[in-house]
Design a protein around this ligand. Structure first.
Ligand SMILES: [Fe+2]
Ligand SMILES: [Fe+2]
Length: 165
């Protein structure tokens, strides 16, 4: 589909996000299972529940825009998830794996924050205020999650630098 106007670009990006959030919803339980630190495990479990709501809101946004949520490819998220799952599969020291999971999750959150904040601006520019509000609700949860993860960094990195036993 040619990108002939901002509305078309918004729809394209929403469909990408929908596919991406669906992949994340499947991956977060595996990340929670792979995490050793209880705080990290809890953060992934909590964000898994929030991610279900993110998918729901994208569905609502598509209804408001009168388009299907399907059609995205999730290229960026697929690559990020593949990296995590390959590394989880290779195994290693649980504390170092926690550091890897933390970094991977933060990369995803930053991608989502950039994407939702851009889409919120597109929707506002297109006078789609209800759609913009849905993006803003999800954006707040992505920002909160990133903050929670960032606050764990010192603890997780401190454990990861100890020699393997
Ligand atoms: Fe999300
Ligand atoms: Fe997220």
């Amino acid at each position: 589909m040619q990108l002939n106007n901002l509305r078309r670009l918004l729809i394209d990006e929403v469909q990408e996000l929908y596919f991406s959030e669906t992949l994340l919803e499947q991956s977060l339980p595996r990340m929670a299972q792979g995490a050793d630190a209880a705080d990290l495990k809890n953060a992934f479990q909590k964000h898994h529940e929030q991610t279900k709501a993110h998918i729901e809101r994208l569905d609502q946004a598509c209804s408001l825009l009168a388009v299907s949520p399907r059609g995205g490819h999730g290229f960026a998220i697929k690559a990020m998830i593949r990296e995590v799952e390959d590394r989880l599969g290779e195994g290693g020291d649980p504390h170092v794996i926690d550091a890897m999971l933390l970094a991977a999750a933060r990369r995803v959150e930053h991608w989502e924050i950039a994407t939702y904040s851009t889409l919120q601006l597109y929707a506002t520019a297109l006078d789609q205020d209800k759609v913009a509000e849905l993006f803003s609700q999800t954006l707040a949860e992505e920002l909160e999650t990133e903050k929670t993860l960032a606050n764990m960094a010192a603890q997780v990195h401190g454990e990861a630098k100890q020699p393997a036993h």
